[in-house]
Design a protein around this ligand. Structure first.
Ligand SMILES: Cc1cc2nc3c(=O)[nH]c(=O)nc-3n(C[C@H](O)[C@H](O)[C@H](O)COP(=O)(O)O)c2cc1C
Length: 313
C-alpha cells in the first residue's frame, strides 16, 4: 500500500482553482494534480446572491455557484503559463470543462490539450446552471448523452491530434459523474462508461438539496441573473454529509467498472482516514473541494501525513 500511496493522485476538486495566483499557491502544497475550472466555452458570471455556505459544526457545504469563469478564450491565454508553473513544481495541470453540447465539450478539450494540459476532466454533472426557474439537465444521469459526449470528444481530439499523440490524450480524458443511488441506474451508467474512458471521478455534489445556516436561515438564496426575480434555495450538497453515501457509490461503481477503469474519489474527504476508506473501496486517487476551500493547502499536508502513518502500520 505504501507504493500505492506514492502513485496516488491527490488534488483539488473542480471549482476550487480558476486563476494563476491560485495555481501558484497550490504548487506549494503536496498535491500531485491541480484541477483548473470548470471552464465553459463562453464567460459566465454564475448565479447571484448567497451561493455558498459551509456549516461550521457539521462540515457540509451547499453551493449554487453556477460555473462562474472567464470562458475558454480567456483560458487559452492563461493556461500555457499555468501549465508551465505547475510542471516547474513537478505537478500535473488538468482542466475541468463543462459544455452545453457535445460539440462544446469537444472544442474545449481540444483547446485545453492545445495549451499543454496533462488531462481534461469532462464535468458531466454540474447541478447548478439555471435559466429562470429551470435547472439544466445533468448529462451524467443520461447514459446515451454520456456516450455521445465522450465519443464526440474522442473524435474531435483524434482529428486534431491523430496518431501517437492521440493515444496519450485519449487516456487523459476522464469524466465526472453525479452520485446515483438506484441500482439499475448505476448499471446503465457503468455500461455507458465501459469502453469510453479509463478514469472516472466520483462524484459531483448531490443535486437540489436545501439546508439551514446555524442561525436558521436558508443556506442558499440566489437568482440565476438580474432578469430572474425568483429566489431559489436549492444547491449541490458536499463535504462531510456526502462521505458515507459516496463511499457506497464508489464501491458499487468500482465493482461494475472492474480493474481497467480507475476511480478518483471526491466527496467529504477531510482526513487521511477518510482517504483510506475510499482506497479500501477501490479508489486510486482523491480530490478535495470543500475541505480545500475551507482549510486551503494545509489540508493536503494533513491528509498526506495521516495517510503515511495509517499505511505504514
Ligand atoms: C463551491 C463549489 C464549487 C464547485 N464547482 C465545481 C465545478 O466547477 N466543477 C465540478 O466538476 N465540480 C464542482 N464542484 C463539486 C466538487 O468539485 C466536488 O465534486 C464536490 O464538492 C464533492 O467534494 P467535496 O465533498 O470535497 O466538496 C464544486 C463544489 C463546491 C463546494
Amino acid at each position: 500500500m505504501k507504493n500505492d500511496l506514492e502513485r496516488m493522485s491527490i488534488g483539488n476538486g473542480a471549482g476550487s482553482i480558476k486563476y494563476p495566483d491560485q495555481v501558484a499557491r497550490a504548487c506549494k502544497s503536496p498535491m500531485s494534480r491541480i484541477m483548473v475550472g470548470s471552464i465553459t466555452l463562453l464567460p459566465r458570471d454564475g448565479n447571484i446572491g448567497d451561493v455558498y455556505y459551509f456549516h461550521p459544526q457539521n462540515f457540509w457545504s451547499l453551493n449554487s455557484l453556477g460555473l462562474p469563469n472567464p470562458g475558454m478564450e480567456a483560458y487559452k491565454k492563461l493556461l500555457p503559463e499555468m501549465v508551465c508553473v505547475a510542471h516547474g513544481a513537478g505537478k500535473e495541470l488538468w482542466t475541468s470543462v463543462a459544455g452545453f453540447s457535445p460539440a462544446e465539450y469537444a472544442q474545449m478539450a481540444v483547446d485545453c490539450f492545445g495549451c499543454g494540459v496533462d488531462g481534461v476532466e469532462l464535468n458531466l454533472s454540474c447541478p447548478n446552471v439555471w435559466k429562470g426557474d429551470e435547472r439544466k439537465e445533468i448529462p451524467s444521469l443520461n447514459p446515451e448523452l454520456i456516450r455521445e459526449i465522450v465519443n464526440t470528444v474522442h473524435s474531435l481530439t483524434y482529428d486534431k491530434f491523430g496518431g501517437v499523440r492521440f493515444e496519450s490524450i485519449e487516456n487523459s480524458i476522464t469524466i465526472k459523474l453525479s452520485p446515483v443511488e438506484d441500482d439499475s441506474r448505476q448499471e446503465e451508467i457503468a455500461e455507458a462508461i465501459l469502453d469510453t474512458v479509463e478514469e472516472v471521478t466520483l462524484s459531483n455534489t448531490v443535486p437540489d438539496v436545501q439546508g439551514l445556516r446555524v442561525d436558521g436561515k436558508p443556506a442558499l438564496a440566489f437568482r440565476s441573473d438580474d432578469a430572474d426575480h425568483h429566489i431559489k434555495h436549492r444547491g449541490g450538497l458536499a463535504g462531510a454529509a456526502v462521505l458515507k453515501p459516496n463511499l457506497v457509490f464508489v464501491s458499487r461503481m468500482k465493482q461494475l467498472l472492474g480493474e481497467d477503469i480507475s476511480v478518483i474519489a471526491c466527496g467529504g474527504i477531510f482526513t487521511g482516514a477518510d482517504a483510506v476508506r475510499y482506497i479500501e473501496a477501490g479508489a486510486c486517487g482523491i480530490q478535495c473541494t470543500t475541505s480545500y476551500l475551507e482549510f486551503k493547502e494545509q489540508i493536503f499536508v494533513d491528509i498526506l501525513m495521516q495517510l503515511s502513518d495509517l499505511v505504514s502500520v
